[in-house]
Design a protein around this ligand. Structure first.
Ligand SMILES: Cc1ccnnc1
Length: 291
């Protein structure tokens, strides 16, 4: 059986760097035969017993997860090339920049605009969670705008994503300090609920531009998280609705089993459009009359 000796360079022209992830750099690239643009993620392989580079098993896990998901708010995988020192993922190109930059430029968003972004983040996360996949690194840097003027977003960087198998127990100290849930800090089992805590942090930042648990150093940040020390400072939240604060409070819950799940968030009155709530009431009313 002949192996596909086709090389990445034979099929793509490489452009400028547009991002970086775990042991990886992402560059814009153009498929020579079609002119279609993609994002090429060059992941360095770990050689020998070294620490630099990603383990092959982790690269394969990221690829398996990317192949398994297909949703308008999640990045899609187009092709994979395996070379001596690196694995190249050819990914759908999103070129509108990070949500993080968008917030920085605007300082903070209106509740309507924050909701428009959050519904898409929640729809993308629901797609993952319905397949028992946890992203485990949700933060504004890993949420990209499809293009500059659109409000469309895509979740990227599945380098830390894991299939959550109820039997197996995943514990890992990973992710970015200010976004991680208490169970990550305390090295307790991670789950889909771990993503929901991060969504709480992202929501807080979208509405205020401030980070809820960030301390002067990592230890202080970790203490704020495990002790759930945060506040809706009037400096940032004086104009914020009680519904928005209630949405966040339902996510900053230490006990994973009591923390709001993605469907709870999508049905929360702050997120679910008012007309839609009436629609659901009408539908259920019709069903009751018929039964
Ligand atoms: C950074 C990045 C990753 C995936 N697709 N487009 C851009």
């Amino acid at each position: 059986m002949e192996f596909n000796q086709d090389t990445f360079e034979n099929n793509y022209d490489v452009g400028d760097e547009i991002g970086s992830g775990h042991f990886a750099v992402v560059k814009r690239c153009t498929h020579s035969a079609t002119g279609t643009q993609y994002a090429a993620k060059f992941i360095r392989k770990r050689r020998g017993g070294g620490r630099k580079g990603a383990k092959m098993e982790d690269i394969k896990k990221e690829i398996e997860i990317l192949k398994y998901i297909k949703h308008p708010n999640v990045i899609s995988l187009h092709d994979v090339y395996d070379t001596k020192n690196e694995v190249i993922l050819v990914l759908e190109l999103v070129s509108g920049g990070e949500l993080f930059e968008y917030i920085s430029e605007k300082d903070k968003l209106s509740e309507e605009e924050a909701c428009r972004f959050l519904v898409q983040i929640l729809e993308g996360v629901k797609h993952l969670h319905d397949k028992h996949i946890a992203h485990l690194d949700l933060k504004p840097e890993n949420i990209m705008l499809l293009n500059h003027n659109s409000q469309n977003i895509k979740l990227i960087d599945f380098g830390l994503a894991q299939k959550i198998d109820p039997k197996s127990d995943i514990r890992a100290m990973m992710g970015t300090a200010e976004f991680v849930a208490p169970e990550v800090v305390s090295y307790e089992p991670l789950s889909l609920a771990t993503d929901m805590w991060s969504i709480g942090v992202i929501t807080y930042i979208l509405l205020s531009g401030a980070s809820p648990f960030l301390g002067d150093n990592k230890q202080e940040t970790y203490h704020n998280i495990t002790a759930i020390i945060y506040e809706f400072d009037d400096e940032y939240f004086s104009g914020t609705s009680e519904l928005a604060k209630d949405f966040i409070q339902k996510l900053f819950v230490k006990d994973c089993r009591k923390r709001a799940k993605v469907d709870d968030c999508l049905n929360h009155p702050w997120i679910k459009p008012k007309e839609k709530q009436h629609e659901d009431v009408r539908k259920s009313a019709v069903i009751n009359i018929d039964n």
